[in-house]
Write a protein that binds this ligand. Structure first.
Ligand code: PMP
Length: 375
């Protein structure tokens, strides 16, 4: 029977208690949300939703074509100028997702004969970029600039190191300044994914590269998503103008994909406007993360010290993590649950989002529920 092997895999998953299911969220969910990536609480901010609605009315529900044909509106151009300016880079290019932006950056900057040095903790989209790239990938130990140095030292020809700025599973930060120094010493480029840093790290949320003093560097390329702190949807690559021009001409996920929906561009632009006006939102997200971590630790829970707005809490087993998250949900709290095979190290965790708009009472309630339901 066609696809018979799928049933065998499904059985294995069911036996291991690792079946994933979709849970449609109602518009007015009663749950306290510590599971989304809406770090600054902007996804439902009236200025952001109005920016999206206005853009849809002016430009249409869809972009109508790929970026090089009809899919580049004046709104896309404005968003690209604003993203580049906000984060301190020469130019930016917007994609339909952060995933597509990562595939583009890695594949277009790793030609045949090149070396890609990739952190073992990188996001799936960077890993897939490495898989699609023509160059050879070497995976190195997590957050280890010396391992990157050793890998670069063995190679002649173009090379690029790729890393998340804030790792999505544990919320720890990459040693960006040290990585940039190593790359520079070997004439290699550095591509960093700031999905979890934009809006949270750096002055006023201008990102991890800004915080590390790397914004605008000739040899640094940053990818971002518009779907986390900016509360919208889409992705972008920021960097030197010549790199962006290269992507326009060479990146397949740019050339062959329909442009970002105007509503998503309008929403992201409104969020950037808001963030310029209210830069304290970034520091507030970091403060909420620090408070969550301190309170969870005081409860005797094992939480990783957060470098941004992701707080990771260790669970005893994959089944324990699944049950823990379900018990939190039953008690009115939505939390993320990471377990194999999504986590390569085999450690299961609850993943909490320190949203800037959480109140002290909500933080207290979240910690109480997590403590009371611990497996
Ligand atoms: N990079 C990282 C580190 C992420 O966590 C995500 C989203 N899960 C992405 C890239 C992909 O971004 P998008 O959701 O916009 O495709």
């Amino acid at each position: 029977m066609a696809f018979g092997w799928i049933d065998e895999q499904a059985l294995v998953r069911r036996r291991a208690g690792l079946v994933r299911t979709l849970r449609p969220r109602p518009a007015d969910s009663p749950l306290l949300d510590l599971a989304s990536n809406d770090y600054l609480g902007l996804a439902r901010h009236p200025e952001v939703t109005e920016g999206a609605a206005r853009a849809a009315r002016a430009w249409g529900a869809g972009a109508t074509g790929s970026r090089l044909v009809t899919g580049t509106t004046e709104l896309h151009a404005e968003l690209e100028r604003e993203l580049a300016d906000f984060c301190g880079f020469e130019a930016a290019l917007v994609f339909s997702s952060g995933y597509a932006a990562n595939l583009a950056a890695v594949t277009a900057l790793a030609p045949h004969g090149s070396l890609v040095v990739s952190d073992a903790g990188n996001h799936a989209s960077l890993i897939d970029g490495c898989r699609l790239a023509r160059g050879t990938t070497q995976v190195v130990g997590h957050a280890d600039p010396d391992a990157v140095r050793k890998a670069l030292a063995t190679h002649e020809g173009p090379a690029v190191a790729v890393s998340d700025t804030v790792f999505s599973v544990d919320g720890d930060a990459a040693p960006l300044a040290a990585l940039a120094q190593v790359c520079r010493a070997y004439g290699a480029g550095l591509v960093v994914d700031d999905a979890h840093g934009l809006g949270v790290l750096g002055e006023g949320g201008r990102g991890a590269a800004r915080e590390a003093g790397l914004a605008g560097s000739d040899d640094v390329v940053v990818t971002v998503t518009l779907s986390k702190s900016l509360g919208s949807q889409g992705g972008a690559v920021l960097g030197p103008a010549r790199v962006i021009e290269h992507l326009v001409n060479a990146a397949r996920t740019f050339i062959f994909d329909t442009g970002l929906a105007p509503a998503a561009a309008g929403g992201a632009l409104a969020a950037l406007t808001l963030l310029r006006r209210e830069p304290e939102r970034a520091a507030r997200a970091r403060a909420v993360a620090a408070e969550l971590h301190a309170r969870l630790t005081a409860e005797g829970l094992s939480a990783v010290r957060p470098d941004a707005a992701v707080v990771s809490v260790r669970a005893p087993s994959p089944e324990g993590a699944v049950r823990w998250a379900a018990d939190c949900r039953a008690a009115g709290l939505a939390v993320g649950c990471f377990r194999p095979p999504s986590v390569p190290d085999g450690i299961s965790r609850l993943r909490l989002t320190a949203r800037a708009d959480l109140s002290g009472v909500q933080i207290e309630r979240a910690v109480r529920v997590i403590g009371e339901t611990r497996p």
